[in-house]
Design a protein around this ligand. Structure first.
Ligand code: ATP
Length: 238
């Protein structure tokens, strides 16, 4: 079943064309990897899907409904949630409180509190629960970013560069965690530069280059395409 469909979406910022004629489908239960060089338009695409930025043209459908003009908070209530490359936590609140806030929108105090502990455990944040969020390392802040997004009960989770800043063992654990989220039925769009993480997780790979889709499909096949190797993966894989 198609969960999200983007039809000829473009985005310009003043004179800059960040995205041009993007056609993309994400099926329920998939992990889709979105890769491309710096400035290719990956974060902008996340912003269009979540409604943080309006499209300049084109349309976005979620479960068959046109959500192109639906505001961010309503898309969030529909189950579309993102993380940010630069973590967006409440700086002076504790890790526990940051995770608790989205949970309290749905659950009673007792249920939300229990769930906050479970989510922290899953995201390797148990020992940090009582720390002020702003005192965390960048790696831990990225985990908190996912924990907060997960706490809002997403159906489609858009994760923007979660791996950077994590140690190798934390990276492997995070990969397992993302796989676990999918097992729970969460569909994931993963933006990530670290190809080891991308290739070990995704069912479908989409390569953006200069705001256009250069290739999309089976990750291993895409990796073999000459234009992809040249445009993006050349240094590491050529
Ligand atoms: P990175 O891998 O470095 O995060 P990216 O692929 O996510 O890059 P975007 O951040 O989406 O790329 O940027 C795409 C283009 O749009 C870039 O040229 C960027 O400068 C431009 N851009 C993005 N957001 C804005 C904005 N709010 N105002 C003006 N230009 C923007």
């Amino acid at each position: 079943m198609t969960l999200l469909e983007i039809e000829r979406a473009s985005k310009t910022f003043g004179g800059i064309t960040a995205l041009e004629d993007i056609d993309l489908k994400i099926d329920k239960g998939q992990i889709v990897g979105l890769v491309g060089p710096n400035g290719a338009g990956k974060t902008t695409l996340i912003s269009l899907i979540t409604g943080y930025e309006p499209v300049s043209s084109g349309r976005i459908f979620y479960k068959g409904n046109d959500i192109t003009k639906v505001p961010v908070y309503k898309r969030s209530l529909m189950g579309i949630t993102r993380t940010f490359q630069v973590p967006q936590h409440f700086k002076s609140l504790t890790v526990y409180e940051n995770i608790l806030i989205p949970l309290l929108l749905r659950d009673s105090d007792t249920v939300a509190s229990k769930r906050a502990y479970e989510i922290a455990d899953r995201m390797f944040l148990t020992e940090d629960l009582n720390k002020e969020a702003d005192s965390l390392s960048i790696g831990k802040l990225k985990l908190l970013e996912i924990a907060k997004a997960y706490a809002s009960n997403p159906e489609l989770l858009l994760v923007d560069e979660p791996v950077g800043g994590l140690s190798a063992d934390k990276m492997d654990a995070l990969i397992e965690t993302i796989r676990g989220l999918r097992k729970e039925g969460i569909t994931i769009l993963l933006v990530e530069h670290i190809m080891k993480a991308v290739m070990s997780l995704v069912d479908k790979l989409v390569v953006l280059n200069f705001g256009k889709i250069l290739a999309q499909g089976n990750p291993k096949e895409i990796m073999c395409q000459q234009e992809v190797v040249e445009a993006y993966l050349g240094e590491e894989y050529a």
